[in-house]
Write a protein that binds this ligand. Structure first.
Ligand code: SAH
Length: 359
């Protein structure tokens, strides 16, 4: 019987793994750097166009390897310049990525899962449940596709892992993706330009604290007490507010950097002066900044956005208590690209399946 080696997806490999794969096929390891520069530096995925490789190596790549790349299904531009990309993955699943031109720098908002298991009460993606994790190739692939589509291959941009999914619930693939993005022969991104946003899955957060490629950290806190947060972010029943704040205090911060605490503001739920005072007390002594996100309301979300005055008053109370505060401007709401609005129809799971994945 004829046995064939399975096709190798180069887009899924970190450079050391690519070096090993080349060596195993009888090619020198150093070609991995060249291949990385083609794929990530120049956006070339056709091996025959990789002109500084030997003919044998190009033939081997064409024969035995692929470089999987998400396909753009739809592209929508908001009146504020924000662009939403609907991408199709190899198995037909769909995922969304968002380009925000000025926050103040250019930012790619990238997904780490199709759907999400966290089921936060105000988030539309959470309503989908988890469909599946994205692979490393699919996470980095979003960056490759957006950089090409927007002609930003050589530009400086930031990445926020704030699209669909919970990055720490897809830990290994996410970390591998960050190492590829940071690779000097790849996108050569400074980890300081990458922000990972998480509900705070404690064991994963502690693992993250020991990673060589360490992104900026944003914690989706949303409430200062366990009672309030437990009702909004179900996983808080497992990893409570005090534990998360303690883990943040231990988190190794680079010089001048701070942990961002995201706080979705829900009218009458977590927007009272008392909540602001409790939040300030909770974060006292932490190198933090609070990012208030007035709710992006949607049908099926049982909350309302507070008035601008309420948001401003809340921000002032925090500032009076010595915290650094910003209010996130809602971007791309007209194309449903704003925080918590990413949902792909036809991929929803039942609530039962959603819970099974989470427990
Ligand atoms: N799972 C990660 C990252 C994805 S969500 C996390 O929870 O951090 C990115 C941010 O958008 C989170 O802070 C999330 O709470 C917020 N968000 C979700 N739904 C929202 C909504 N309807 N309005 C405003 N922000 C929302």
């Amino acid at each position: 019987m004829l046995t064939r080696q399975p096709t190798l997806d180069l887009a899924d490999l970190e450079r050391p793994a690519l070096e090993a794969a080349l060596e195993a096929r009888g090619h020198p390891r150093f070609h991995a750097g060249q291949i990385f520069r083609w794929i990530y530096g120049r956006g070339v995925v056709d091996p025959s166009a990789m002109t500084d490789l030997s003919r044998e190596l190009r033939a081997m790549l064409a024969e035995a390897c692929t470089i999987s790349t998400p396909a753009i299904m739809q592209r929508e531009k908001s009146i504020d310049g924000t662009e939403k990309f609907l991408l199709r993955l190899a198995d037909g699943r769909l995922v969304e990525s968002v380009f925000i031109p000025d926050t103040p720098s250019m930012t790619f908002c990238i997904s780490t899962q199709v759907g999400c298991a966290m089921a936060c009460a105000f988030c539309l993606t959470g309503k989908m449940g988890l469909v599946r994790n994205l692979s490393t190739a699919e996470i980095v692939g979003q960056v490759r596709v957006l950089a090409d589509a927007l002609h930003l291959r050589d530009a400086r941009f930031n990445i926020v892992l704030m699209g669909m999914g919970e990055p720490l619930h897809n830990y290994d693939e996410t970390m591998k993706a960050l190492r590829i993005l940071a690779d000097e022969q790849g996108f050569a991104m400074s980890p300081r330009r990458i922000t990972l946003s998480t509900v705070g899955i404690l064991p994963a957060l502690e693992k993250l604290a020991r990673e060589p490629v360490m992104p900026n950290l944003a914690i989706s806190l949303h409430a200062p007490t366990d009672v309030q947060r437990g009702a909004l972010v179900p996983i808080n029943r497992k990893y409570g507010v005090a534990d998360i704040v303690e883990a943040c205090k231990r988190f190794p911060l680079k010089r001048r950097s701070r942990i961002t605490f995201e706080y979705v503001m829900l009218s009458g739920v977590n927007d009272r002066a008392e909540d602001a005072r409790r939040l300030a007390k909770l974060l006292a002594g932490l190198k933090s900044k609070v990012n208030l996100i007035p709710l992006n309301a949607a049908a099926g979300i049982p909350f309302e956005r507070p008035s601008d005055e309420t948001v401003d008053r809340f921000a002032e109370t925090l500032a009076e208590h010595g915290l650094t505060v910003s209010v996130r401007k809602s971007r791309g709401r007209d194309i449903r690209a704003a925080c918590g609005q990413l949902i792909v129809e036809g991929q929803k799971r039942s609530a039962g399946q959603q819970l099974a994945v989470m427990m």
